[in-house]
Design a protein around this ligand. Structure first.
Ligand SMILES: Nc1ncnc2c1ncn2[C@@H]1O[C@H](COP(=O)(O)OP(=O)(O)OP(=O)(O)O)[C@@H](O)[C@H]1O
Ligand SMILES: [Mg+2]
Length: 251
């Protein structure tokens, strides 16, 4: 289990099983590049607090560790958190760029090598229109020339449709799903919604699955050599099970 403050696990403990799981997620995305360049990916979930933003940041980190240039954009304009997790200021961000109140160069931040971040910026009352705007689409398109990967952090699709709208200009969408948080009915409703809107879901990331504590200490990272073989597989799956869906559906 990740604890508050451990969210950038891939940075603070690259050997942790959770970090390994994020690297597996990275590999799976890279392997999906066969018929379409997976350059712009948005991360959604059905309900709030399922681990989207944490997934965005760790995925960015593991890509950066391969010397790939990553841009993270906080598109959760209603309740942005990327700046909080990275301890950045959110004075100006994507909303300011798109509404011509600021230039990209003055807004973009680089908290880590190869990881650029655009925070949400000034609060706007018309977030849905903003997400649908051609100006935002064109901005992202333009940035594709400079970055190997652009990750869009979106709000939960069960609450607002921003994530589904944003998916229409992404190469792929990852659905983050926290263990025991969703009821079946709600998940099926979102599944239908994703199918109807032809969102290219490239995978599902399960988070917050119960960890068998008898095998780990409180961080769940360290284990003895004798336990290693039997528990490794279980541990990987227990933190994050990466890209599992085989949807080859195209937009
Ligand atoms: N894989 C994980 N395992 C355990 N806890 C996690 C995991 N990922 C995130 N968390 C924790 O869950 C909480 C919510 O995470 P996060 O902010 O990433 O979710 P979110 O889906 O972006 O939330 P919101 O919908 O509010 O934007 C945080 O306290 C975070 O530390
Ligand atoms: Mg979030």
């Amino acid at each position: 289990m990740l604890r508050v403050g451990d969210e950038l696990i891939t940075l603070i403990d690259p050997d942790a099983p959770a970090s390994e799981a994020y690297r597996t997620l990275r590999t799976n995305i890279l392997m999906r590049n066969f018929d379409r360049d997976m350059k712009v990916i948005n991360i959604i979930s059905t309900t709030a607090q399922e681990g989207k933003s944490t997934c965005v940041l760790n995925l960015a980190m593991v890509y950066a560790q391969l010397q790939k240039k990553v841009l993270v954009i906080d598109l959760d304009l209603r309740m942005p958190t990327i700046h909080k997790k990275l301890k950045l200021k959110n004075k100006k961000g994507i909303s300011d760029i798109i509404s011509h109140q600021a230039e990209f160069e003055e807004v973009v931040l680089q908290p880590y090598e190869n990881v650029d971040v655009i925070t949400a910026g000034t609060k706007i009352p018309f977030a849905s229109e903003f997400i649908q705007s051609n100006a935002l689409k064109e901005f992202i398109e333009e940035r594709k020339k400079e970055y190997d990967l652009i990750l869009l952090d979106c709000p939960p699709v069960g609450l607002v449709t921003d994530g589904i709208v944003a998916a229409s200009y992404c190469d792929g969408t990852i659905l983050v799903c926290a263990s025991n948080r969703n009821d079946r009915k709600e998940l099926l409703r979102v599944k239908d919604q994703l199918e109807q809107t032809q969102v290219n879901v490239i995978g599902i990331v399960m988070t917050m699955m119960p960890v068998q504590r008898k095998y780990y200490n409180s961080y769940g990272y360290r284990y003895s050599d004798t336990q290693k073989k039997t528990t490794q597989k279980k541990k990987k799956n227990s933190i994050i099970s990466s890209i599992t869906k085989k949807s080859d559906k195209k937009k």
